[in-house]
Design a protein around this ligand. Structure first.
Ligand code: FAD
Length: 468
């Protein structure tokens, strides 16, 4: 409940959201100007209070908690993730379009340095530089995207967040379980109404991530900030014996590979590769899609590797709702399969559904209990044709990918936020109001979101210095 009677709390800079974008903005402000009063308003819990009730025994599926501990709270959406920080302009967002390629890489490396001094030291940095695989890909009409990948792993990622919070907590005013409801533009700044009160600030950084996308849309509508529709990625998750991709995953951990289809010249790409991992259900607002994880702990490793194959779709006129399109396809798969559908590649190519018996007799043991079915009844032909072409292209660099027993789970959908119209400072049309991270539609990864936080903090400090 907002108490409207008390005067708003005043702060120099308010940050909405304590995901990587918000954390690194706060960190940079604290380091470069400790005299500033910085307030962070976060809808979710502090790190130690973040617990998902799913224990696999009593509670097996999402029970729709009021505040989701996986997506919300200190550390944001990536707090319990594998912690893969990809240092690259080739994927993970389009930050470079705003700040330049060199600056974007420089900031991602700076973020990596901070992570290394906060518990990440000793973790492996994989790189595509100098790999022979690039040539092999080119020779087979595939493109290996360039990246350095810092793989923190789930445990170290958590430790880094703990250490960052320890350093920040005495300098930054954190408000947890304090969802922001609205932002009002006033003469000299912004009045922020949140669950536990009101705050007035001259400068406001919004960093609300994917979970804040609907709220972000409303803020843009209320304040007259232009938005552009964004894309949706649709496809399947592939599962096969780990040996087939071992030469790629051992060297690179994750190979981001792109294929341009012959039929439609669409781009199909690999995404989120999990060596020795498991395939999992993902529940987005009641729609069940598929995803994948891997574990650091050897005892939890499986004999399979999984990765997504995705095709991007972007609608603009007259239909703009790319996310709605993706949702409809996911709903269709849920209607037919009661959840995620699994199909052997051989069955798909023969135009027949997979059955319990065919899956049971398959040499690849599924790591997710999904419903055997027919993905061709769910995925649009153009997307499915692209995925089949890509599997045959991958078979040339990783023989065995196109085996009959390779499993395909569908559907996998990656939703993106609409893009907020921002200038090269990531500032909206309103002076002092910035939008960073995944909530801006500009980034969709840990490293890009973090780098956008550093960048905006630096720009704000420079402007303050010029104004003095
Ligand atoms: C399971 C999972 C695994 C992932 N693994 C990786 C990976 O290995 N590598 C990678 O690069 N990316 C990964 N990602 C994506 C990555 O987590 C995001 O790109 C990144 O967290 C974006 O950072 P952000 O700060 O922009 O937003 P977020 O991390 O989403 O943080 C936004 C914060 O804002 C808060 N918020 C939202 N609305 C409000 C409001 N109205 N008021 C107050 N607070 C609000 C939310 O509670 C949240 O804590 C993963 C994502 C998930 C879900």
């Amino acid at each position: 409940m907002i108490n409207q009677d008390t005067a708003p709390e005043r702060t120099d800079i308010a940050i909405i959201g304590a995901g990587p974008g918000g954390i690194f903005a706060a960190y940079e402000l604290m380091k470069k100007d400790p005299s500033l009063k910085v307030t962070v308003l976060e809808a979710g819990y502090s790190l130690e209070k973040r617990h998902c009730p799913i224990d696999g025994k009593k509670i097996k599926t999402c029970i729709g908690c009021k505040v989701c501990s996986i997506m919300n709270g200190f550390g944001g959406a990536g707090a319990f993730s594998d912690g893969k920080y990809n240092i690259t302009n080739d994927f993970g967002g389009t930050l470079y379009e705003y700040i330049g390629r060199e600056k974007a890489i420089e900031l991602m490396q700076y973020v990596d340095d901070i992570n290394m001094t906060h518990g990440g030291e000793g973790t492996q940095l994989y790189t595509t530089a100098g790999t022979r695989l690039r040539t092999v890909c080119m020779q087979n009409k595939l493109q290996l995207l360039e990246a350095s990948v810092r793989h923190l792993g789930t445990d170290k990622n958590y430790v880094v967040l703990q250490n960052l919070f320890e350093e920040l907590k005495d300098h930054i005013d954190f408000h947890f379980e304090d969802r922001v409801e609205s932002i009002e533009k006033q003469e000299n700044g912004y009045l922020i109404r949140h669950a536990k009160g009101t705050t007035f600030c001259k400068t406001c950084i919004i960093s609300v991530g994917r979970s804040g996308s609907k709220w972000m849309e409303k803020v843009c509508a209320d304040l007259g900030i232009d938005t552009l529709s964004n894309r949706v990625d649709i496809g399947v998750r592939v599962e096969l014996p780990a040996e087939i991709f071992a030469h790629i995953t051992d060297e690179l951990y994750e190979g981001k590979i792109v294929y341009r289809t012959e039929k439609f010249e669409d781009r199909v790409r690999t995404f989120c590769m999990n060596p020795h991992g498991i395939v999992v259900n993902e529940n987005t607002n009641g729609i069940i899609t598929v995803n994948g994880h891997s574990f650091e702990d050897d005892s939890r490793k499986t004999g399979n590797t999984n990765f997504a194959l995705l095709v991007a779709k972007h609608f603009s006129e007259p239909f703009k709702d790319s996310n709605g399109y993706g949702e409809s396809i996911a709903r269709l798969s849920n209607m037919l399969g009661g959840g995620v559908i699994v199909q052997r590649f051989g069955d798909l190519e023969r135009g027949r559904r997979s059955t319990e018996k065919r899956i049971r007799e398959s040499t690849v043991r599924p790591t997710l209990a999904a419903t055997p079915g027919d993905l061709s009844l769910v995925l649009p032909k153009r997307i499915l044709d692209g995925i089949i072409e890509m599997i045959h292209a991958l078979d040339k660099i990783a023989p065995g990918t196109a085996n009959d027993d390779t499993l395909l789970y569908g559907v996998e959908v990656k939703f993106y936020n609409m893009e907020v119209r921002l200038d090269s400072d990531l500032e909206t049309c309103h002076k002092g109001l910035y939008v960073i991270g995944d909530g801006s539609g500009v980034t969709h990864s840990l490293s890009h979101a973090s780098a956008s936080g550093i960048y905006v903090a630096d720009r704000i400090l420079e402007k303050r210095a010029q104004a003095e």
